[in-house]
Design a protein around this ligand. Sequence first.
Ligand SMILES: Nc1ncnc2c1ncn2[C@@H]1O[C@H](COP(=O)(O)OP(=O)(O)O)[C@@H](O)[C@H]1O
Ligand SMILES: N[C@@H](CC(=O)OP(=O)(O)O)C(=O)O
Length: 520
Amino acid sequence: MAASTHLCGLALNSKRIEFGSKVLDFSAHVSPALVFSRNTNQSCRKRALRVTCEAGRVELLERKDSSETFKLNRSEKKMTCVMKFGGSSVASAERMKQVAKLILSFPDEKPVVVLSAMAKTTNKLLMAGEKAVCCGVTNVDTIEELSCIKELHIRTAHELGVGTAVIAKHLEGLEQLLKGIAMMKELTLRTRDYLVSFGECMSTRLFAAYLNKIGHKARQYDAFEIGIITTDDFTNADILEATYPAVSKRLLGDWSKENAIPVVTGFLGKGWRSCAVTTLGRGGSDLTATTIGKALGLREVQVWKDVDGVLTCDPNIYGGAQPVPHLTFDEAAELAYFGAQVLHPLSMRPAREGNIPVRVKNSYNPTAPGTVITRSRDMSKAVLTSIVLKRNVTMLDITSTRMLGQYGFLAKVFSTFEKLGISVDVVATSEELDDVVEELEKIAVVNLLRHRSIISLIGNVQKSSFILEKGFRVLRTNGINVQMISQGASKVNISLIVNDDEAEHCVKALHSAFFETGRA
Ligand SMILES: Nc1ncnc2c1ncn2[C@@H]1O[C@H](COP(=O)(O)OP(=O)(O)O)[C@@H](O)[C@H]1O
Ligand SMILES: N[C@@H](CC(=O)OP(=O)(O)O)C(=O)O
C-alpha cells in the first residue's frame, strides 16, 4: 500500500474494517499493513485500530508524509478456536497433564479452553448437598462426598505440582456452604447451582495453574464474572443475547493486553435479575463452548470427550456403535434433544447462528477423526445417521369427546400443556401428568401409557419411505409393536414409540440392519 494513500477507515466489527469501497476482512486473510492518513477522521482511526488490536497485534511500522503504516500480525496471535474438555477428560492430574499436552500439540491454535468439573464431582456435590439437608451442622464434615471431593482436588493439586492455595478458598467455601444448607435444612434450586459451581471453579483453577507452571501463560475465568448472562431459571438457565458482546469485550480486551490462554468454567452463568450463579443444565459446558465460539467469531469449536465422536448409537446400549464422520447442526440438535448424552440439547444453537463448525473429538484417542458438525453436508447418499433412545417417557392417548371442533380441541390440548409447563416431545397429534389428565378429561377421553421409550431415527427424512420400510421389516421380524410414529418438523428425525422393556432390543436390531448389513 502506498504510504501517501488517503483513506477513511470505519470499523464495523471485530472482523471487518471498511475503507470507502474497500473492505478488509480479517477473518479471510492476514493484511500485511494498514494505512491511515493523518487527516483520517480521528475517531474512525481510533476505532479501527482498537478493532485491529482486538483481532491481533498491531505495530506502527512507519510514519511518513501524511500517513502512518501499521503491521497487523494477526495470524500469530488471534484466538482461533474453543477447546472444551468434559469431566472425563480432566478426571485426574494425569488426565489434566494429557490435556495440556494435547492443547500444546497444536502450536498454531490459540484456544479458549473451557473445562467441566473433574469427573463425578458434580454428582458428588449434589449428593453432599442432599445429605447436608438432613445431617445436622455438626455432621457436615463427615459427609463422605465432601471428603472425596476434598481429597481428589488436593491430590490433583499436589500431583500437578501447583500447590493447594489456588483452590483453598473454594474448599473452605464449600464446607461453609454445606453447613449453611445443614442449618437451613433446605436446598433450593438457587443454592444447588451455587453448590455445583465449585466443581468447575476448582478444575479450571488447577488447570490454569498447571499451564502457568509449565511455562504457558494462562488465565482462569469464572463464566459468571465475564458476561455469560442467563435467565434466572436455576439448574436449567438459558443464555441471553447480552452474553455475546459482553464475553467478546472481556476476553478480547484481556487478550489484546496479554496473550494468556483463557481457561473458562463451563456450565455456569450469572442470572440477569438475581445476579446469582446459574447453571445451564447437565452437560452444559458444551453450550458454554459454542456460546464463546459465537461471541468471539472463532474458526471452530472442539468438544473433547471420551468417545471417538458422535456415534451411530449410545455405546452403553450397543458396543458396536461407530463414529459418524459428518452431521449437520439440525441432525446434532435433534439427536441431543432426543436424549443422546454426548451433546447438550441447546449447544448447537449458537454454533448454527454463528455458523461455526463443531468438532467432537476423543481426548483419549486424539488421532481419531471425530465428528464434524456443520450447517450442511452432502445428503445424496445419506440415509440414517444415528439412532437415539429416550427411556421412561409417558404417552398420552387423547381422544376428543367432540365437545369442541377440531381446531378448538387441539388449541385446548396444547394450551393445557403450556399452562402446566410440560414439554411435549413427540406429537402425532409426558413428568407429573395428573393435572394434565384432570384438565383434559373435561373435553377428551385420556389414557396414560407409562414406561414407554422414544426411538429417534436421525437422518435424511427425504428417504423416509425407505427408512420406514426397512425399519418396520426389522421390527416385525423381532415381534415388536410400534405404538406411535412421528416425523419431526426438522426433517431429520422419525420417532417411534415402543415399550420400555423392548427398546434396547429394538435399537440393537435397527442398528444392525442400518449400519452393519451393508452401510446405510
Ligand atoms: N450417540 C452417542 N455418541 C457418542 N456418545 C454417546 C452417544 N449417546 C450417548 N453417549 C455417551 O455420551 C458420553 C459422552 O458425553 P459426556 O459424558 O457428556 O462427555 P463429557 O463429559 O466428556 O463432555 C459417552 O461416554 C457415551 O457414553
Ligand atoms: N459438570 C457439569 C457440566 C458438564 O458439562 O459436564 P460434562 O462436560 O462432563 O458432561 C455436569 O456434570 O453436568
